[in-house]
Design a protein around this ligand. Structure first.
Ligand SMILES: Cc1cc2nc3c(=O)[nH]c(=O)nc-3n(C[C@H](O)[C@H](O)[C@H](O)COP(=O)(O)OP(=O)(O)OC[C@H]3O[C@@H](n4cnc5c(N)ncnc54)[C@H](O)[C@@H]3O)c2cc1C
Length: 430
């Protein structure tokens, strides 16, 4: 057992609220499978589930337990789309991949909720809609574009004025908001564990405490070394996102492993809970430094945003989030904040996710840039299709080379500076 990688090591909320851990014994000995997956987040678990559903033999190795990475620590917001609006995605990726990626990302929440239903995954899935809320008049035009472009594609987004935005969020901070009926929420760790359970039920092998320490080409396939033994496969899927290490040259330098921080209150009294997000939507803000929040089923308020770019050490590092929450809802007063934690996700320079295939029979998907709950889950279906024979040209994402970011080692400084600048710009109303 890799002690340091257990989820109960800190003040994370989800290990206390999620469905029980799934038994996933460490990999040992020697085994050959059609498809091997490295990484047990949504990308890897969904890939394993879909490969198993297609009837191929699949084994997944995860360094911690399923959901140890961002999948078990995130905000639990099931949000549709990408950072870029659909017209821009189509312009940037062209007539083949543009519409496919718009469809994949826009339809990802539908796919996630249907998968949850199909496999009976117990993860507090609630389809309550996503709100994108603007507190600056300068962000309203972008919200209008957002609503118009999805409406043009048949999705019933609404633009809410200040009064309606205030009614749905319970704070007077916003000048407008969009409401996207496709979104909602999950208990993220329960989703990861549920995907693991579903994959096991379909015949996949899932091994926790099994860090892949080396991958090598062997004939047309792959040899994956773990502390307990050697796994061999025809196809290898690398699904390590913000926790990617040195398994593939240049991969860890091709994105910025950004930390996001979250805090949660104790369950709020009913009367107070009814004044904050009365209909239970999830919210993210349009600002430069994105703040996101929701209530869980026990009426805890969870609010997240950028924070210190290192593993969480003390509650003081989260004071800015407490302060901001009190600013949004002064009635919170001295409500106790019982949990605080953070995690990393892969942010790409252009905010587009990546699909790489830098060697035959090797697939890598990452870089959901903070929007992976639905998208990474949907991506698993794509990867499974590719791993079992679908030509790469038919996938939603174009295959791109692994491109290390120049001066990558200065990312910490760069992200910290960007956050400071964003905060300042937000304060100046820019
Ligand atoms: C604090 C936070 C809040 C977020 N909030 C939201 C949100 O509300 N909505 C949203 O859509 N997205 C959100 N995200 C992003 C989302 O969680 C990620 O996009 C998503 O989890 C990516 O899934 P993944 O499976 O690709 O990666 P991960 O879930 O990070 O899984 C990668 C796994 O790979 C494993 N691994 C790495 N190296 C190895 C190795 N050598 N051998 C074996 N295993 C290895 C890691 O242990 C890890 O478990 C948030 C992220 C964070 C950190």
């Amino acid at each position: 057992m890799a002690g340091p990688l257990r989820l109960d090591r800190s003040l994370d909320l989800y290990p206390t609220t999620a469905t029980p851990t799934v038994p996933t014994p460490a990999f040992s000995g020697e085994r050959r499978v059609a498809v091997a997956v490295i990484g047990g987040g949504y990308t890897g678990l969904s890939t394993a589930l879909h490969v198993a559903e297609r009837g191929a033999e699949v084994a997944l190795v995860e360094a911690g337990e399923p959901g140890w990475g961002a999948a078990g620590r995130n905000g639990g917001q099931v949000n549709p789309g990408l950072k870029h609006e659909p017209d821009e995605v189509e312009r940037t990726l062209g007539p083949v991949h543009g519409p496919r990626l718009v469809q994949l990302a826009g339809g990802a929440p539908d796919y996630l909720f249907s998968l949850v239903e199909r496999h009976g995954i117990d993860c507090e899935a609630d389809r309550t809609a996503t709100l994108r809320a603007a507190y600056r008049h300068t962000d309203v035009a972008a919200l209008e574009t957002h609503v118009e472009q999805w409406r043009a594609r048949g999705v019933a987004l609404e633009l809410l004025d200040a009064a309606r935005a205030s009614a749905v969020t319970g704070t007077a901070r916003y000048v407008a908001a969009s409401r996207d009926p496709r979104g909602g929420s999950v208990n993220p760790l329960s989703l990861a564990r549920g995907l693991a359970r579903a994959a096991l039920a379909k015949g996949a092998a899932i091994h926790g405490d099994s860090r892949a320490t080396r991958i090598e080409r062997e004939g047309r396939g792959w040899r994956i070394t773990t502390p307990g033994g050697t796994l061999r496969s025809n196809v290898l899927v690398l699904a390590t996102d913000g926790y990617s290490d040195r398994l593939w040259p240049g991969l860890a330098q091709s994105f910025v492993p950004v930390y996001s921080s979250i805090i949660a209150t104790e369950p709020l009294p009913d009367a107070l809970a009814r004044t904050i997000l009365p209909a239970g939507e999830v919210v993210y803000e349009s600002g430069n430094v994105t703040v996101y929040y929701r209530r869980d089923r026990a009426n805890r308020l969870l609010i997240g945003g950028r924070g210190r770019q290192q593993d969480a050490r003390s509650p003081e590092e989260f004071a800015h989030l407490v302060k901001y929450a009190r600013r949004l809802w002064p009635a919170l007063g001295e409500t106790r904040w019982t949990h605080w934690w953070n995690g990393q996700f892969a942010l790409t320079p252009d905010f587009y996710p990546r699909l790489h295939s830098p060697a035959p029979n090797l697939l890598i998907a990452l870089g959901y840039s903070g929007r992976g709950v639905a998208l990474a889950t949907a991506m698993g279906k794509e990867l499974a299709a590719a791993a079992t024979g679908m030509p790469l040209a038919e996938l939603a994402l174009p295959v791109s080379p692994v491109k290390p970011i120049p001066m990558h080692r200065f990312w910490r400084v760069g992200v910290a500076a960007r956050i400071a600048l964003g905060r300042l710009q937000d304060r100046l109303g820019r």
